[in-house]
Design a protein around this ligand. Sequence first.
Ligand code: GRF
Length: 245
Amino acid sequence: LRIAVLVSGSGTNLQALIDRARDGRLAAEIVVVASDRPGIRGLARAEAAGIPARVVDYRGFLKQDWTVLERKLPVDVDAVDRAQNILHHEDREERLKRLVRLMSAEAEMIAAIEAYRPDYVCLAGFMRLVTPFFLHHFNRAGKLRVINIHPALLPAFPGQHGYEDTFSYGCRWGGITIHFVDEGEDSGPIIAQAVYPILPEDDVEKVRQRGLQLEYEMYAQVINWLAAGRVELVPAAGGRARTVI
Ligand code: GRF
């Protein structure tokens, strides 16, 4: 199996995958690592492992004339916006500008990683929403090919602060989730989850460390299941899909 790993930060999940690929515990080759910003630790980890590391500087697109970007896009922005309704609290023009810039960055990201022909795109601490444009590109032939790891037991605590939210809510158990990515935020079909206890003496850092250890094991496990063709999508209630392993 060929996987692309997308990162935005420290990349400890990436490192766990690199280590497991190296010693044969991962039935996949990391063919490219890509980031939405330069200078992050995750890129250095890829380079140290001899894996191609690509940067698409998403922020750079903020400075560009959005009307020029829009003309270059290979798809209709309104159609994408209707599907996802990104930034619905802002006015239409603002929303359109943001979406055009995001999609333009995504077009470059798609080209950068597609050059390595990945079977799956694995988000590992990638701190950006992906648009339907990005998803439709990879989810071809009725197969979902973009997966994400989330630091909470979804559907509890979506968003960027899973460990903080779990801890400050006073949960007795925390969890992690690996799921297919769909058009919502952290809402796609769940592939695997794992839980860990939260003890009275724990602080949020303890909780994070306990959760991260599970993340590292579980992400590799899921990729191995995908490589073995063991993850099946079936229809579920309310028009949703769920997975069967
Ligand atoms: C992880 O907790 C992951 O679940 C979340 O962001 C964090 C990334 O950490 N999406 P790292 O970059 O893998 O160290």
